[in-house]
Design a protein around this ligand. Structure first.
Ligand SMILES: CC(C)(COP(=O)(O)OP(=O)(O)OC[C@H]1O[C@@H](n2cnc3c(N)ncnc32)[C@H](O)[C@@H]1OP(=O)(O)O)[C@@H](O)C(=O)NCCC(=O)NCCS
Length: 149
């Protein structure tokens, strides 16, 4: 079969597969209810999945409030990392955010997560402030990053 990579908006029936990406990617994974709530009740939220031959291998989300896009999560399944898919996913998220009126984008990232920081820097993100003790599992600080779109 020919390899196909497809981006599309996330739907409720995707939650099981997105949870697999989530658990493989984060020490504080979001729950099923959290995703359900985002899709059902959060009118600011936009979630995108990346499929490889119909299997979800990555996802990302953003809250677009007036002209600011706040990235909630970006993740690629471990076995698919290092193939420029995270890069493509971020570019897609930026494109969709722009189309929905965002003029800037911001996010928090663990201060020790140099891989993600490097990806964001490549997209033009700059360092903002530090949020102390942001992550409840190990009290790690968050680096705030932002970019004009
Ligand atoms: C961050 C993440 C989405 C990157 O996805 P990916 O598909 O592996 O990334 P790509 O192959 O597209 O690489 C994009 C850039 O990320 C950085 N990067 C990727 N892998 C890296 C590595 N092993 N070491 C250092 N930088 C790396 C580089 O800047 C790279 O650009 P380059 O290839 O031109 O050097 C992925 O590592 C992931 O899901 N991590 C766990 C979840 C996470 O930490 N999310 C971010 C939370 S804020």
């Amino acid at each position: 079969m020919e390899d196909s990579y497809v981006f599309r908006y996330m739907r409720e029936e995707d939650i099981d597969q997105v949870l697999e990406v989530e658990h493989a990617s984060f020490t504080l994974p979001w729950s099923r209810e959290a995703f359900y709530n985002e899709l059902r009740n959060n009118k600011f939220a936009v979630y995108i999945v990346l499929e490889h031959n119909k299997k979800i291998i990555g996802y990302s989300g953003v809250w677009i409030v007036i002209d600011e896009a706040h990235v909630t999560n970006v993740a690629i399944l471990p076995e698919y990392r290092g193939k420029k898919l995270g890069d493509a996913l971020m570019q897609k998220l930026i494109q969709v955010s722009r189309e929905m009126g965002a003029r800037s984008m911001t996010l928090e990232v663990r201060v020790t997560n140099h891989v993600a920081q490097s990806l964001y820097r490549k997209m033009g993100f700059q360092n903002g402030g530090i949020r102390k003790n942001y992550y409840s599992d190990n009290q790690e600080d968050a680096l705030v990053m932002w970019v004009n779109l």
